[in-house]
Design a protein around this ligand. Structure first.
Ligand SMILES: [Zn+2]
Length: 336
């Protein structure tokens, strides 16, 4: 082999090695892109004890029952940062991921939700309205759904590690231009007031989609930002992590039951004595396991939907279940 041919061979080998490495990197990237899945990102606001609750106040009992159901169904709560790292190929998502989020920074999250989450070994994230948090020695401040945590309580919560802290702007105003300005300041201000560093943002009122807001988020080094939208996040399909949609978890008190069922006409009604919630019905024959799943409809208050169910399913022995629209929580018959 002459000197020149051996050099050429070495160069060829180097080129082939580089090509193989690039192909490998692309394959890894493709493998990530090829594993799309739906991730429920749950939006809570306050968690409180009591019966007289609004749609953004989930009762402490109901929250505990929901966490039991997630645990039993094998869900693993992760943080928005975990989603971001996995999307870059720096980590793996668990088999059944779920993201648990709280808006505004209510004191009830600390009192009622955090101990339940800790019991299950779950993690969650709470987005604070940074300049609304009460300071040390000041009276407790309140927002839409109840009293907020103080800056000290936020700092302590972050240190305990069960509930991470993100930014929900400085003042929760409804003006998108001013909100973009608050994005830039909120991260620094949160650090200044509580010592908490965050890269996770949540849009007040879900107000998003403006280029200047995305620009402000990127320039402020935020990695993820959450919107409302009330639907599943399609990981691997939706690639804008500055607009991750969430499912609303509706509060209030719910007493879901079976209404009139007419196997001949094939109609079925579900009742809910509490605040309206969107539900889907699963009808199951207990002998051969045939099932039928309804569309999602609001049930409760003035919403009294009647579903048409195929009569062959709605004849004995049959069983009816009522679920939230993502199929996470069974409201009827309620699992105890
Ligand atoms: Zn909010």
């Amino acid at each position: 082999m002459t000197h020149r041919t051996s050099r050429r061979a070495a160069r060829l080998a180097a080129v082939l090695l580089l090509a193989a490495l690039l192909a490998g990197a692309r394959a890894v990237q493709r493998a990530h892109q090829l594993r799309p899945r739906e991730i429920p990102v749950l939006m809570y606001h306050n968690v409180l004890d009591g019966d007289d609750l609004t749609v953004w106040q989930v009762s402490a009992d109901e929250f505990a029952w929901q966490m039991d159901q997630l645990d039993e169904a094998g869900y693993t709560p992760i943080l928005p940062g975990d989603v971001e790292r996995a999307s870059r190929g720096w980590g793996w998502l668990p088999e059944k991921p779920v993201v648990i989020t709280f808006d505004d920074g209510y004191e009830g999250v600390k009192t009622f939700a955090e101990p339940v989450l800790a019991k299950h070994g779950f993690k969650a994230i709470c987005y604070a309205i940074v300049d609304r948090l009460g300071g040390e020695g000041e009276a407790r401040t309140s927002f839409d759904s109840g009293p907020l945590m103080s800056t000290n309580e936020v700092a302590a919560m972050a240190a305990r590690g069960t509930v991470a802290i993100g930014s929900h702007s400085l003042t929760h105003r409804a003006n998108p231009r001013l909100l973009a300005d608050e994005i830039r300041r909120s991260r620094y201000r949160l650090k200044e007031l509580t010592g908490v560093r965050t890269k996770d943002y949540c849009y007040p009122f879900g107000l998003h989609g403006y280029d200047y807001m995305y620009k402000a988020l990127r320039e402020s080094k935020f990695r993820t930002a959450l919107i409302c939208d009330d639907r599943m996040f399609r990981y691997g399909v939706e690639t804008n992590l500055l607009a991750i949609p969430r499912l609303s978890v509706y509060g209030g008190v719910h007493s879901v039951g079976l209404g009139a069922a007419d196997p001949v006409a094939g109609t079925l009604a579900i009742t809910n004595g509490g605040l309206p919630i969107p539900l889907k019905i699963v009808a199951r024959r207990e002998d051969d396991g045939r099932t039928w799943e309804s569309d999602v409809r609001w049930v409760g208050g003035r919403h009294e939907p009647v579903w048409e169910v195929p009569p062959e399913i709605l004849s004995p022995p049959w069983r009816i279940e009522a679920w939230d629209k993502a199929g996470l929580f069974r409201y009827f018959p309620r699992a105890e």
